[in-house]
Design a protein around this ligand. Structure first.
Ligand code: FCB
Length: 452
């Protein structure tokens, strides 16, 4: 597959289950905007924005204005024909201080959102934490304090009590390895200035929070189906001398959360470092029964040994000759197939791909159309790889594109676009890209196949 060779052709999907779920994913901070509205508290990502730490000094203040435009966005989802929509709740919108008195106006927003999603015939998949830690809790140490697990469980209970009559699919965390490794969980509101010890503490407390939230949701929501969402990908050595660095990366990036959550143990390589932060019974608290494994996957990482780096590894040279997305991420559908087989067999849970997508610098053409054949080619190759993994025995139940809309791409701000739908930020006009038509056709064909 070469980037740019897009077109209408659909990938093979014959090995997918009849009840396979097609969806799209977003997250609160990346789309909602309205950060100072209706009593919302600040999150750590508002603080990064205020400090001008994001590309172009972007902030999440307006983002896609989804807080006000959600009916239009749900209508766009309905046109895509998706069966499920994964979104996240902003913890500081419903608990401005992270704990204590809930904000009724914030809670009411998600009531309206969930009701509109259901009215469109789409199943809501609710993720509790997509990185927007309430600033008030971060000020108290955030994930570096053990109390944070309890604060998170109380927040999960509030969400479950309020929405559990309508929402059955719950995810505890999105990509815990990413927000712990890259400094957003290690306290004090500072990023990338943390010691290894802080990292291990944060990892453990996020795992405890996961277990406590699973119990809180399970006890409250009849018929709940609960999981967590992990970023998992081959971590490969750039040179043979980097093999140990790649193993360390694999341990922290891929396994630090799924291993204790699904198997009840930390990977061997990190056990000694975790020991000082653990209390008797903790692994049982983390290893609670869950219903599915959420996989986010984009491409493999190449890793090199880096003396002086926090864990002794850094990103290394990528091999030449492998195609890249415009933002420089490797396009390797075979790595996706292999990862699906690894996680399906390794964790023995039904797998839902909850993020996969293509980041670029899309622009409307002179006629105002956004032609993104390179994104189509990417999706076609990756969904083809997913079909291969299914035919090789991986228990895969669904696939969600990241993302519905172009949105706030964290440190890159609005410069990088992952959407099936283009957002013209100054006017907030939505323009469905060619890939959205292609995805609609694929879902139609897939659903036709499963009905026949
Ligand atoms: C993932 C994040 C998601 C988005 C995509 C591109 O790591 O979960 O919010 O930024 O990458």
């Amino acid at each position: 597959m070469l980037p740019g060779d897009g077109g209408a052709e659909l990938p093979p999907i014959a090995a997918l289950r009849r009840d396979f779920i097609w969806g799209v994913s977003t997250s609160a901070f990346q789309i909602e905007g309205a950060t100072r509205e209706d009593g919302r508290g600040l999150s750590v990502w508002d603080t990064y924005g205020l400090k001008g730490q994001i590309a172009n000094k972007d902030t999440g203040d307006i983002a896609c204005d989804h807080y006000h435009r959600y009916p239009e966005d749900i209508a766009l989802m309905q046109r895509l024909g998706i069966q499920a929509y994964r979104f996240s709740v902003a913890w500081p919108r419903i608990l401005p201080q992270g704990r204590g008195t809930p904000n009724e106006l914030g809670l009411a927003f998600y009531d309206r959102l969930i009701d509109a999603i259901l009215a469109a015939g789409i199943e809501p998949w609710l993720c509790l934490y997509h990185w927007d830690m309430p600033q008030a809790l971060d000020d108290l140490g955030g994930w570096t304090t053990r109390d944070c697990a309890g604060w998170f469980a109380d927040y999960a209970a509030l969400v479950a009590d309020r929405y559990g009559d309508r929402v059955k699919r719950f995810a505890t965390f999105n990509e815990p390895s990413i927000f712990t490794l890259f400094g957003q969980a290690t306290g004090g509101g500072e990023r990338d200035r943390t010691g290894v010890d802080t990292l291990h503490r944060a990892i453990h407390h996020v795992n405890l929070a996961h277990g406590a939230a699973v119990d809180a949701v399970r006890a409250r929501v009849l018929g709940s189906l609960i999981g967590a969402i992990h970023n998992y990908q081959p971590c490969l050595p750039s040179t043979p001398a980097d093999a140990q660095a790649a193993r360390v990366c694999d341990t922290y990036w891929n396994r630090a959360f799924p291993d204790p959550q699904c198997r009840g143990e930390y990977p061997e390589l990190m056990q000694a470092a975790m020991a000082p932060h653990m209390q008797a019974g903790d692994l049982a608290r983390i290893h609670r029964p869950i219903d599915w494994f959420g996989l986010n996957h984009y491409g493999p990482s190449y890793v090199k040994a880096e003396a002086g780096a926090r864990l002794g590894w850094g990103f290394g040279e990528k091999p030449v000759g492998i195609p890249l997305t415009p933002i420089g991420w490797l396009i390797e559908p075979d790595a996706f197939r292999d990862t699906l087989l690894t996680v399906a067999k390794g964790y023995k849970l039904p797998v839902y791909v909850l993020e996969n997508g293509f980041g670029g610098f899309d622009k409307p053409d002179a006629a105002g159309a956004v032609i993104d054949n390179d994104r189509i080619a990417f999706l076609r190759a990756y969904i083809g790889a997913l079909n291969e993994a299914a035919s090789a025995g991986a228990n895969i139940r669904g696939y969600f594109v990241w993302s519905l809309l172009d949105n706030f791409e964290w440190d890159s701000g609005y410069g990088v676009r992952f959407g099936l739908i283009y957002v013209d930020y100054p006017t907030q006009k939505r323009i469905p890209k060619s890939s959205s038509h292609w995805y609609r056709d694929l879902i139609k064909a897939a659903r036709g196949q499963s009905e026949s």
